[in-house]
Write a protein that binds this ligand. Sequence first.
Ligand SMILES: Cc1ncc(COP(=O)(O)O)c(C=O)c1O
Ligand SMILES: N[C@@H](CCCC[NH3+])C(=O)O
Length: 440
Amino acid sequence: MDRPTRRLPSSVFAYEAGVLTLEGVSLAAIAEAVGTPFYVYSAGRLRERYRALATALAPFDVDIHFAAKANSNRAVLAVLAAEGAGADIVSGGELARALSSGIPAAKVVFSGVGKTEDEIAAALRAGIHQINAESYEELHLIDRIAGELGLVAEVALRINPDVDAETHAKITTGKKDNKFGIDADRLARLDNEVKGLANLKIVGLAMHIGSQILSAKPFLAAYGRIAELTRELRGRGFDIQRLDLGGGFGVPYENELEFSFDDLAAAIRTTVGDLGCRLSVEPGRSLVADAGVLVSRVTLVKDASPMQFAVLDAAMNDLVRPAMYDSHHDIVPVKEPVAGVQAVEYDVVGPICESSDTFAKRRKMPPVAAGDLVVLATAGAYGATMSSTYNSRALIPEVLVDAGRFAVVRRRVTIEEQMGWERLPDWAAAPALSGSRAAE
Ligand SMILES: Cc1ncc(COP(=O)(O)O)c(C=O)c1O
Ligand SMILES: N[C@@H](CCCC[NH3+])C(=O)O
């Protein structure tokens, strides 16, 4: 048994009898059963990651609300729910998924800058733990809807601490010019803004400064700012009992150092640890990224000397991160490479008609041929959840492996099924024009 790449955790991935396995299950056997491409996740690794974070944060008795946007497959949510996780949701769809996966409403927090009236009402009716309000405008909306439902909403104010998260510009969320959260400077107006809002109770503060953050330094700055604001608001009579510290804990995709949950715990201790607040975090990527891979088959290797294009049957619609953020995913063959074999440089691409449909450029890897299976590593987070059907491609299966067995937890959604969602218009039966044109 050998470890194929540092990016596939050795606790669950190994070459056995020349084939890459996950928890002892051959990825070639799964490919045979479900066809390619597909996502596969390890329940064992999900539990390992959850427990690593829970252990590091145990001294603070922190609630862990998994950010469902990273991976909202209900089987994945159920594994984390059984570990004790709650959910951080950003839509009515994610609310439905969380509740139907065994996450109790009392462990759900709702973030997002544009929650609709229907979504807020659904969350309040379900009795979720907390809504993180991202603006004063939203505070007023929540108050009105709670009033209509005859409820009192428990709300945390998401603060924009204006901290540099030191990550990719497209996934930073805690700078002043980002759309997220209430500018800390605007808290001076809070007393006026909440006057008369009888249907909500401000129970805490929340923040989330960005994603794929690899050091504790930005968290130290942001948590420090939240601690200051907590003291200030308490001084002004606000009963701040809860602090939601967000997520954003990064993972290595290439050669980055592992993000340290112990450093995170240290940052918590020195900033918000002694405020007497109930703490929570919203990790997404750090719990699921390396528990999942995308398995794809090489359709052909196109010789365009001096370039070699390895064309996969997976594409940017299945895994958009490389096209969207130039992100790196290790690519390894499922068949164990022969020791000492000379690496070949490939552009690894999908079949979609966009040049951005490229998983890797000039990537040195063991030689591959048409029909070979490869794995794109660290694809458990923001993989399936960001996929689309672009180029009229099927939505691909998701598979969960647990203790030597596998289950298909989302089957392939064929293009025929997708066409069934559409209708050709029946103009004879279509409603007549209404509004100004009708009056003409
Ligand atoms: C409000 C909120 N919470 C949590 C997360 C999870 O982030 P990550 O997957 O980086 O842990 C995000 C995404 O960045 C988010 O927007
Ligand atoms: N989708 C991004 C992360 C954004 C997190 C959501 N706020 C990624 O794949 O890295």
